[in-house]
Design a binder for this molecule. Sequence first.
Ligand code: PLP
Length: 466
Amino acid sequence: MASIRKASAGPSKYEVSAEAAVDLAKRHLIQPWPYSGSIGTEARSLIGSGDGIYIHDGEGRRLIDGPAGMWCVNAGHRREELARVMYDQAMELSYNTPWYTMNSPSAVLAERIAGHAPGDLRHVFFTTGGSSAVESALRFMQFYNNVRGRSEKKLIISRGGAYHGSTYLSASLNGRPRDRDWMDIAGGLVVKLTSPDPFRRPAAMTIEAFSDFLVSEFEETVERLGADKIGAFVAEPIQASGGVIVSPPNYLPRIRQICRANDILYISDEVVTGFGRLGEIFASESVFGLSPDIITFAKGVTSGYFPLGGMIVSDRLLADLRRSNHPDAMYAHGLTYSSHPVGCAVALANLDLLENGILDHARDVAPYFIEEMKTLEDLPLVGEVRGIGLMACVECVADRESNNPLQLDIEVGKRIDAHCYALGLLVRPLIHMCVMSPPLIITREQIDDMVAILREGISRTMEDLR
Ligand code: PLP
């Protein structure tokens, strides 16, 4: 694997002291996902630099980047190969309009991505991230059905526990209550099914019976609403932000078949699972045995070095459009930064890294990562540790007999996070869960460190709750 430079590159000329940054943020910065009571006045932990799997905070504390940013820093921090290609590309061509010109990195990247995609997914539309990728796919479905004269076929099926983004339509698919509690959504367009979470399945139901239940629920929904009203089924292969939900085996391929039989587009949201997290560039076919109509991706495509995402669309869908009676109908959808040359160039360099060592490494260490994370199940607070590839979740419970989730006001995830932070590990807390998805370059020794800190953080939290 290519080596990672350890020496600090030094502060950028825009760096200010930690105190000054916090002060400025409190006065002028609106952070993502703010609460109304602290909006515009909040200071979060300041991260000053990164290196490999580590980040350094404003006080110089070194932390393992447990969530790899937000599931995205797959190749690790401070990769000189990636930084340099961004510099070189910006010096060559920093931007061109995608409206009536094109650049070569985007064409080369589209071909490389198409080469990794399953089935006849051969055509890539670039966006600025995951939400815009999902939004593009949904709007594509609407356009596709309008052009085919099926303007009634627009409902979107999503699932509890899903997270698909923060634009209006993509956010309307999200399955957690907070995404709709205080926010407006396009509710009339979206139908939600049960989260395929085996841990939360009804007591006494086998996994096989749970899988059958999920499939029947989908079949009944298609029957009830009418296939002529349903445009798309959208699913993350693994529900990531929902708590690394690994659905029952064979459930997704069965849903895929029903979609195919009913002319419902299957959109596989690989914003998290794509680009190496499960040891593959795309997991839909290689891990889950299904070939979708559209795949969306983002995050790991540039290892978080540049905001880029996209959707990959099948030959079949484009051929249907070309054959339609409306050759002049426009997919009136594009972004100023679609096909950004700097983003596409860094994605190509990132793909080189993934193909030349990181994917092999991720496949090699993933079983060890899951095995070590699973050792945490001996802690009484832990109801289940689940995961696949290099993504795992520790779900805490009030008591292991009933698997009751802990009271929300205990905020156990935040407590674990606070202890782990002090011990040198950044954790992604999700109410009563902690998600770990480290950079894919993590070694076995670093996994040992990470799990040891997590064990200590959970143990200290148990002490707090005593
Ligand atoms: N889809 C999935 C599965 C995600 O996990 C996310 C973000 O976490 C998104 C879409 C939205 O991506 P972005 O935050 O880049 O807009």
